[in-house]
Design a protein around this ligand. Structure first.
Ligand SMILES: [Zn+2]
Length: 398
């Protein structure tokens, strides 16, 4: 059995131990401060007798350390050193996870914790259940209050039938041991856990939720969070971004959301207006009569691609030909004809666009393509219309 120093003293950074077993690269020690990972928190890194520990894992009541090239034998004394900066951040992250989820589940009792991820790079909770930014922000504020209240974090070992468990976050079916280790954060949370935690919430300094995103298909949502210095730096970055956005919108930071909502509403209104006039412009097209065949043509300013294609399809339901263009940042061309009119739309379009370095394709009755920039729009339109007229006239004489 390996004595687990990380449980009895989570602040132990360096320890002496004796090798009790050697399995190739793996060393088993009589005692260790290396946390083997668990509860979503990754295993520790560090050294044993100055050699890097590249993996730590738990096997029954043994803790195994993979130390390539260790050259040690059973009975050798070794010195273990934990990569403390990394571990301390993970401990704070893990404690932050307890605190944040306890507040989320207090506000949202139906919330189900699916997965925890505590790594040096990223800390998050994946949850199922109803959750939105307003609840997350409230939980974040409450967790921050707990941090500022400098609450002590204590452990209690209780039996499986202890009444305390009814007031704790615990999944007894997942615990194999006879006793249950409960972690208490002041009087705000009590949860079963076999991990490593700090002794006082003040060590976290700050907790921040910078993102709430879909976690599909693993869970409904992922709540990312940061603690300590990283939370402070992230808050500063987000603050700069929010102030920049406020400046760009010409609003006060506290009015940013309502200013943005107004802008989005205005944008929707403008889109509807543009669509109305686009439809009207297309409906008002008057065809030319080319020896009895109707030819619709028009060059529009920045017309929506779908509106242009829909209009072409609609116009050629009757025996007619249409050449429609839209000039915005780029030029787009649609040529279409009724199947009874033998005009090869794809060939006309190809020849026209090749002339200006554009691309496109389609079939005899419908073709679409475009070219970068709008400089050649008029030239493409007049060329396509001239070619379409030529083909209509030629067909009349066959
Ligand atoms: Zn824990």
């Amino acid at each position: 059995m390996t004595a687990r120093l990380y449980l009895s003293d989570p602040y132990c950074q360096e320890f002496e131990a004796v090798v009790t077993e050697v399995r190739g690269d793996w060393l088993v020690l009589d005692r260790t401060a290396f946390y083997p990972g668990g509860g979503g928190q990754v295993a520790d890194a560090g050294t044993i007798s100055d050699l890097p520990v590249v993996e730590v894992r738990k096997e029954g009541d043994l803790i195994m350390h993979r130390v390539p090239g260790h050259g040690r034998s059973v009975g050798d004394a070794v010195i273990g050193k934990i990569d403390w900066a990394r571990r301390y951040e993970l401990m704070k992250g893990h404690t932050g996870e307890h605190l944040l989820f306890s507040q989320l589940s207090r506000l949202c009792p139906d919330l189900h914790l699916v997965k925890i991820s505590i790594t040096p790079e990223r800390k998050s909770l994946m949850v199922n259940g109803p959750l939105d930014w307003s609840v997350v922000a409230q939980a974040e504020r409450q967790a921050q209050e707990a941090i500022e209240s400098c609450l002590e974090i204590k452990e209690r070992i209780v039996s499986r039938d202890d009444p305390l468990l009814s007031e704790s976050r615990v999944k007894l079916e997942r615990i194999q041991e006879d006793d249950v280790r409960i972690i208490e954060i002041g009087d705000v949370d009590r949860a079963a856990c076999a991990g490593v935690h700090v002794h006082n919430t003040k060590e976290l300094g700050m907790i921040l939720v910078p993102s709430l995103t879909s976690a599909h298909p693993v869970a409904d949502l992922e709540v990312e969070f940061e603690v300590g210095d990283k939370a402070i730096r992230k808050a500063m970055d987000l603050s700069v971004a929010a102030l920049g956005a406020s400046d760009a919108l010409g609003s006060r930071p506290q009015d940013l959301i309502s200013a943005l909502e107004n802008l989005l509403r205005e944008n929707e209104r403008r889109k509807a207006t543009i669509k109305h006039y686009e439809m009207k412009a297309l409906a008002d097209l008057v065809p030319s009569n080319i020896q009895g065949t109707r030819l619709y043509s028009g060059l529009f300013e920045n017309m929506d691609k779908k509106a242009l294609i829909d209009a072409a399809n609609r116009l050629v339901k009757e025996p007619s030909v249409c050449v429609l263009g839209s000039a915005g940042d780029n030029f787009m061309l649609v040529i279409a004809c009724h199947p009874d009119i033998r005009v090869d739309c794809a060939s006309i379009l190809k020849r026209t666009l090749e002339m200006v370095g554009g691309k496109g394709g389609g079939k005899a009755t419908f073709a679409t393509g475009g070219v970068q920039g709008r400089d050649q729009a008029e030239r493409c339109m007049s060329n396509s219309i001239a070619e379409a007229i030529k083909e209509i006239e030629r067909n009349m004489h066959i």
